[in-house]
Write a protein that binds this ligand. Sequence first.
Ligand code: ZN
Length: 275
Amino acid sequence: MTRRRSWLPGVLLLAAAVHAAELPPHRAHPGGIAVIPLGPTDGPQPQATFGDTPVLVAPSDGQWHAVVGIPLSQPPGSVQLSVSDGNNASRTVPFEVGDYSYREQRLTVSKSFVDPDPDEIARIVAERKIIDAALKSWRTSDTVVLQIPAPVSGRKSSSFGLRRYFNDQPRSPHSGMDIAAITGTAIRLPADGTVSATGDFFFNGKTVIVDHGLGFISLYCHLSTIAVEAGQQLAAGEKIGEVGATGRVTGPHLHFATYLNGNAVDPALLLAESP
Ligand SMILES: [Zn+2]
């Protein structure tokens, strides 16, 4: 009995430390995530920016790491982080962004989703502002979980980044992962967070956006029902809504998107079961 008491807390401590240190894999390409070491954790926690945007910094294996979302539109080549170590001096940390080619996808949808009328265009512009503000928000947090379960079980398409044509007209690349599930399937929040916005949007349909802190944001689209409100603080596992087919879709599924420092990154890199 005494023996069990003596080793059990040690095992729990070790497990907690490993979990906190779990970072996504380094995939420095457009739509990927760069994991860049910034120095030992016995020094002060550095602050990093990419462009003008603050970047998530987390400890792992005795090192501070910047976890950088790379835009889908980023040309390959050398880029740099600006890093401040707590004094006034800042330094630049360069890293290479590799090439990556995403496949093409052609979809057929109702004509109004390709040629919206002027009223619909005004609505789209107004909604874009709400969505962009929520995707770019920054909230300080002591903890952040970067390896998460899928929000619904179902077949995960490798659809992130696809260069899309709707009714043969080019549109923005696909900024999330589509998960096949039937209407009414519960969507569970994969990590603690605060709901930053909800809405019934023209393209995205019924939508929930959740702020997990330090610029990590998740987005859930095309829901049949929304079960949460803006401002609510939620724990991992709570139900945020149900899968549906609202907005610009060809059938029921969950559009699940993840953002780091304002950029959509491949959700597969954040899913714990991914290789
Ligand atoms: Zn989608």
